[in-house]
Design a protein around this ligand. Structure first.
Ligand code: IVH
Length: 668
């Protein structure tokens, strides 16, 4: 292959990987493999400038720009760091710095490389005035309102801070919040976030700052920019910034020798597993700002800093079999069954293969030696195949199944979705069991004493096939099953009985109609008042409800069009569940804010923001995150941001104080 052919090949490959990474959030290769390809292309392009192309993947950095935010140019471009993967590359960096500084003494500040989404914050006179995402490095999205909901980012500073400066850092979703969020999303049948980085960047770009506030993001700041910073030391300046109110990592350390740097790397390579947030490497920075200036920048990154990426832990093992799991929604997930192998402290026997396209992309054969990685993901995944170790005569190619492994129904693939589904949602066992588990869950019917294991047991025993069977269970049916005592059996039956009081909106959510999550169920309950009215509603009536679109409406009409579902609802009605709103639900509700869109801003004295949000909804209004021409009024507390005030003034939007609002809805 000549140079031109290789260049074209690399460009095509890198374009595809870029798309997988940024658009689909589903990278097929490791960061290291990606960087290697990019480096090879860069080298070839430097050697053969005649083949330069302004659209080559080397000519752009990834972008997170989106159309719904205002964009601004960064005062100082947001560059990325050069990556290294080995100690010898770190030594090369150290040597380059030494030569660049012509023998002068220098210190290296060692820091953790936080794996989130980067942000640039501007402070003027001690107040946060703007928060901007990295974007394409030259300009980014203004996400100030969303960022203001992050508790660890100070809105107002204290102490002796410069009048005007920028501080950059990383917005993160701690592991704990990430796992809780995914559990909730699973319950609502929403797609899961693959890792905390995607969850953090997705959240930051949310159109509703209330969503951002609920998601518990965190932030570490690691880079100060400005004309009048306190001193010449990067490390020392960040310690000062901590005193102004910023969250600065406790784990920064200054190194004088290469060995100090190696020690830091070795320590954190294992210790990072105990941190509450994801990290993917170490960042090394020349500490003196004067020396940083003298070293300068290449076109893309500083010469005074570098990232060392941790090796994603990877193991090589044999693929024995691919089995298929059917979830509550009927989605079919292929699972690789492996020879047990040790990986980051646990024994891995199974790994997710996600969907048919991934299997095809890997060209998997049974008996293949495969690479398994844990990375930032919860479930280990297969990232590659050792094709050289393949014995072509042995393993057959893995082909995705065409029928449901549980009930034999031919699988379907909906347009635009990667997953295959079993469409038999009224008889396929895991779908039935899953529906019952959802029904009893805390946010739905919240039935005490019942959990997934008991549901499984009752299902195995043939005692329940759908949720209406629960209401016919008697203590005698249950006690004695699998060492279940009388007391436990009584608890289960009384827990089920008590759920008859659960209000209509939660019963509606508990039915598990596709796309009808908690919020949608609330809206529908409010709009229609009863299951009868909802059942009779046509597409038009459904989509007339605020925020109910065609996809949800279609799912609801399809649900009630199925006679099996209608019969189920009837049995539940006979069992005594709440299928209409009661006086109590409606108590205190008015329509005095009907049709009004309200933005909440600032800090309040009498109620929390969440309480105000609930009050707006209770009185028929709608709460949104950002001010537009459609905003009816702003419910403003103290410290409403200057940018918001300005926008409200421009658009002529009315500002309502806390007390006026309470009077308006007569709740003072
Ligand atoms: S310094 C000019 N320090 O890694 C130097 N970056 O490719 C600016 N990152 O975009 C970056 N932890 O999002 C720096 N302690 C740290 C970091 C860090 C994470 C991210 C940041 C940046 C990327 C570099």
């Amino acid at each position: 292959m000549d140079a031109k052919e290789r260049i074209d090949q690399l460009r095509a490959e890198l374009h595809r990987h870029n798309y997988n990474y940024y658009v689909l959030n589903a990278p097929e290769i490791t960061d290291k493999a990606f960087d290697d390809l990019m480096r090879e292309l860069q080298d070839l392009e430097t050697a053969r400038p005649e083949y330069m192309d302004p659209n080559s993947p080397t000519q752009r950095v990834g972008s997170d720009l989106s159309k719904n935010f205002t964009q601004v140019a960064h005062k100082y471009p947001m560059l990325s760091l050069g990556n290294t993967y080995s100690e010898s590359e770190v030594a090369d960096f150290y040597e380059r710095v030494r030569r660049g500084l012509e023998g002068e003494d220098f210190e290296i500040c060692c820091e953790l490389k936080y794996d989130g989404t980067s942000i640039s914050l501007t402070y003027e006179d001690g107040r946060l005035v703007q928060a901007v995402t990295r974007g394409d490095g030259v300009q980014g999205d203004v996400v100030t309102d969303n960022v203001k909901t992050i508790r660890t980012i100070p809105l107002v500073l204290h102490g002796d801070y410069p009048r005007l400066f920028e501080i950059r850092g990383e917005i993160l979703m701690p592991w704990e919040s990430f796992e809780a969020l995914n559990r909730e999303r699973e319950a609502r049948e929403e797609p899961l976030f693959a890792n905390p980085r995607n969850a953090a960047s997705g959240t930051l770009k949310s159109q509703s700052s209330a969503v951002v506030a609920a998601r518990k993001l965190d932030a570490y700041l690691y880079y100060l920019l400005g004309e009048d910073l306190p001193g010449d030391g990067h490390y020392e300046n960040l310690q000062a910034a901590r005193a102004w109110g910023f969250k600065i990592s406790e784990h920064m350390q200054k190194a004088r020798t290469l060995q100090d740097i190696y020690d830091y790397i070795h320590y954190w390579d294992t210790e990072r597993k105990n941190l509450p947030v994801a990290t993917d490497g170490i960042v090394l920075k020349v500490n003196s700002l004067r020396q940083q200036r003298s070293l300068g920048y290449t076109a893309k990154s500083p010469r005074w800093a570098i990232a060392y990426k941790f090796q994603a832990e990877r193991a090589r093992t044999r693929l024995n079999e691919v089995t298929y799991q059917v979830g509550r929604t009927g989605a079919v997930t292929p699972v690789a069954n492996l020879d047990p192998v040790q990986l980051s402290g646990t024994v891995v026997r199974r790994a997710s293969l996600h969907n048919a396209d991934i299997i095809e992309g890997l060209d998997l054969h049974l008996g293949d030696m495969v690479y398994v990685e844990k990375g930032g993901e919860i479930i280990p995944k297969i990232t590659g195949v050792d094709t050289e170790a393949r014995d072509e005569s042995l393993g057959e190619k893995v082909r995705f199944i065409t029928r449901c492994p549980e009930c034999g129904t031919p699988l379907v693939r909906y347009e635009g979705e990667a997953a295959h589904y079993c469409p038999n949602d009224t008889a396929c066992p895991p779908q039935l069991k899953g529906k019952i588990e959802h029904f009893i869950s805390r946010r739905a019917m919240d039935i005490d004493g019942l959990g997934p294991e008991t549901v499984d047991l009752l299902y195995q025993q043939g005692l329940i096939r759908d949720v209406s069977d629960l209401f016919r269970l008697r203590v005698d049916d249950i006690k004695g099953l699998d060492r279940m005592g009388l007391k436990t059996a009584e608890n289960i039956v009384s827990g089920i009985a008590a759920s008859r009081a659960v209000p209509f909106e939660r019963v509606l959510f508990a039915l598990g109609i596709r796309f009808v999550g908690e919020t949608v169920a609330k809206k529908l309950a409010r709009a229609f008042g009863s299951i009868d009215a909802l059942r009779r509603a046509d597409m038009q009536a459904l989509t007339d409800v605020d925020e109910i679109g065609g996809r949800i409406a279609q799912s609801i009409t399809a649900y009630f069009a199925n006679p099996l579902n209608r019969a189920l609802v009837e049995r539940l009605e006979q069992a005594g569940l709440q299928f209409s709103r009661t006086e109590e639900d409606m108590a205190g509700q008015t329509d005095c804010l009907a049709g009004q869109t309200v933005v909440i801003s600032g800090v309040f004295a009498r109620h929390s923001r969440d309480e105000y949000k609930a009050l707006i909804e209770k009185h028929g209004g709608k709460n949104t995150g950002s001010i537009s021409a459609k905003t009816s009024f702003i419910l403003a507390g103290d410290n409403m941001g200057p940018a918001k005030l300005e926008k409200a003034r421009k658009l002529g939007v009315r500002i309502v104080t806390e007390d006026d609002f309470l009077q308006m809805i007569d709740e003072s």
